[in-house]
Ligand binder design. Structure first.
Ligand code: FMN
Length: 221
């Protein structure tokens, strides 16, 4: 079945898009306003844009009336943030921070979340997150311009905080130790460390790719 997006109401379109572009990593975003009042909220429309300069993208939706979420408003008042990655153990707490708290209520205070000071930015860091990125705002762009449904955040990473247990003695990531929560469609979640995860080497050349595919086609089992 082909769905013509132009003819679909948002409530039917969203679950088809958000339920198929999966799994999505979750950015647990700590921000504050110009007076230092903190905010913490999860966002799964989140990706790495480039490593030069190290840049993350998060799409922060607008409310139905077009107004900005607290995270977007804070980023305009204080263009600094911490993006945390979330372990399965933190799923419940992360989900709790997605509730609609009043504008002047900090999720960090209301949920008694343990934080530590960041090194290069004003918003605090969630102590229990094993990987976090201290960032500065590069841009926060309403999209689409004529009637924004979201604000697209580009954030440059200033420093990365990784739990020592995830690093080997040469300070390289121990991939198999990292287990991060990911968003699927509906109420479903997954995580990155799975028993059927596998490694796949990149083809050495175009010739090698064609040769191995020809072998696979002639030998499907
Ligand atoms: C796992 C998860 C992922 C989410 N992803 C997004 C997202 O990508 N964009 C968005 O606007 N809201 C997303 N939300 C909803 C926000 O977290 C929620 O609206 C939150 O209240 C926003 O907080 P704020 O108003 O303090 O900024 C997500 C919620 C959860 C639980």
């Amino acid at each position: 079945m082909i769905f013509d997006c132009a003819k679909m109401p948002p409530e039917r379109l969203y679950p088809l898009l958000a339920g198929t572009v999966v799994p999505r990593p979750i950015a647990w975003l700590s921000s504050c306003d110009d007076k230092g009042h903190s905010n913490l909220a999860p966002f799964s429309f989140f990706q790495l844009v480039t490593d030069q300069p190290p840049t993350l993208m998060i799409s922060i939706n607008r409310h139905a009336d077009g107004s900005q979420k607290d995270s977007s408003r804070n980023l305009q008042l204080c263009p600094e943030l911490v993006v945390h990655l979330v372990t399965p153990e933190l799923a419940g707490l992360m989900n709790a921070t997605a509730a609609s708290f009043a504008k002047n209520v900090s999720e960090i205070d209301a949920l008694n979340i343990n934080t530590i000071p960041s090194q290069q930015v004003r918003p605090a860091k969630v102590a229990a997150s094993p990987v976090s990125f201290e960032c500065k705002v590069v841009s926060l762009t309403p999209y689409p311009a004529h009637q924004p449904s979201c604000d697209i955040l580009l954030a440059e990473v200033l420093c990365i905080d990784i739990a020592d247990a995830l690093l080997d003695d040469q300070h390289k990531l121990r991939h198999n130790e990292l287990d991060l929560l990911a968003r699927l469609g509906g109420l479903w979640y997954s995580h990155s460390r799975q028993p059927d995860n596998f490694q796949l080497a990149r083809p050495a050349s175009a010739d090698a790719a064609v040769k191995s595919q020809t072998q696979a086609d002639s030998n499907p089992d």
